[in-house]
Design a protein around this ligand. Structure first.
Ligand code: ASC
Length: 150
């Protein structure tokens, strides 16, 4: 074998091995997506009191929390590969895979609406924030209705 051929084959073998090692296990995908959703709820939930006027609008707090929600909203949707439909304690409905286009669309919508919420918080726009909080919550719910077990 020519040296160049050997090098090409060796590099190819490393690339294949690297890909195989980097491939997460199905249960790791489930953990990834559930972690992102759990943190999203952790930061989103307490802002409901602010949106309802039960708690004061603290610009610093809602800016931090809504920015984290917006970041978390970008994470879970690549963690529903085929093969993770029934892993662990997943609450994902089969529709996540059978109607994946709509699922991804709602995921994108959540990201867009959460970005808007974060921008309103950072601008100190209390009235806008309160209104947009409802839009984001409605986006969460729309997806839960069709894609999450009750
Ligand atoms: C939350 C939370 C959700 C959403 C959803 C909105 O605080 O944990 O999953 O709001 O209940 O309808």
């Amino acid at each position: 074998m020519k040296n160049l051929t050997k090098i090409v084959l060796a590099v190819g073998a490393f690339a294949v091995a690297g890909t195989a090692m980097a491939q997460p296990k199905p249960e790791q995908y489930v953990k990834h997506r559930q972690s992102a959703f759990a943190l999203m709820g952790w930061y989103f939930g307490p802002m409901a009191g602010v949106a309802k006027g039960e708690k004061p609008f603290n610009k610093e707090e809602v800016t931090k929390a809504s920015a984290l929600v917006a970041t978390m909203a970008k994470l879970p949707y690549d963690s529903f590969p085929v093969g993770t439909e029934t892993i662990g304690n997943t609450r994902a409905l089969p529709t996540v895979w059978s109607d994946n286009g709509k699922f991804r669309e709602l995921g994108n919508k959540l990201s867009v609406e959460a970005d808007k919420l974060a921008a309103l918080a950072a601008a100190g726009d209390e009235a806008g924030f309160k209104k947009q909080f409802g839009v984001v919550g409605g986006t969460c719910k729309a997806c839960h209705d069709d894609f999450q077990k009750k």
